[in-house]
Design a protein around this ligand. Sequence first.
Ligand code: 5GP
Length: 131
Amino acid sequence: MPSIFTKIVNGAIPCYKIAEDDNFFAFLDINPLKKGHTLVIPKKEVDYIFDIEKDILAGMMVFSQKIALAIEKVVPCNRIGVVVLGLEVPHAHIHLIPIDSEADVRFSNPRVRLTEDEFKDLAARISKEIE
Ligand code: 5GP
C-alpha cells in the first residue's frame, strides 16, 4: 500500500505544496512545530533515509537547500533546522524548521495552529521565493 506521502505526491491526498522536480517534492507539515515547517521527500517511496540510492540522497539535500533558502526569506528566524526522524511516516523525509533556538525542534512541543488560508498563503509565498 502506498504511503500517505506517496498519496500526496500523486494528488490523492491534498497538501500545501511548496515545490517539486522530477525526484523530490516539498510541502508544508500539516502539524508544524513552527510556521514554515516543511517536509522534503523523494518521490520514489523508500522508508529509511539511509536506504536511498546515493545520487538521490545527495540530490535531496541540494533540493532541501533551495527550499530552506526560500523559507528563510518568508519566515523570520535565526536559521533553518534540519531534522530527520521518520518514526511516524514510513516514507523518508527531511524536516526543514525555521528556528531561533534548540528548543524549537523539540517534537514534544505544542504544534502551531494555522487556518487553511494561512497555510495556502504561506505555501504560495515560500514557493514564489524559490530560485
Ligand atoms: P516523523 O515520521 O518524521 O516522525 O513525522 C512525520 C511528520 O509528518 C509529522 O511532523 C507530521 O505532522 C507530518 N505529517 C503526517 N501526516 C501528514 C499529512 O498527511 N500531511 C502533511 N502535510 N504532513 C503530515
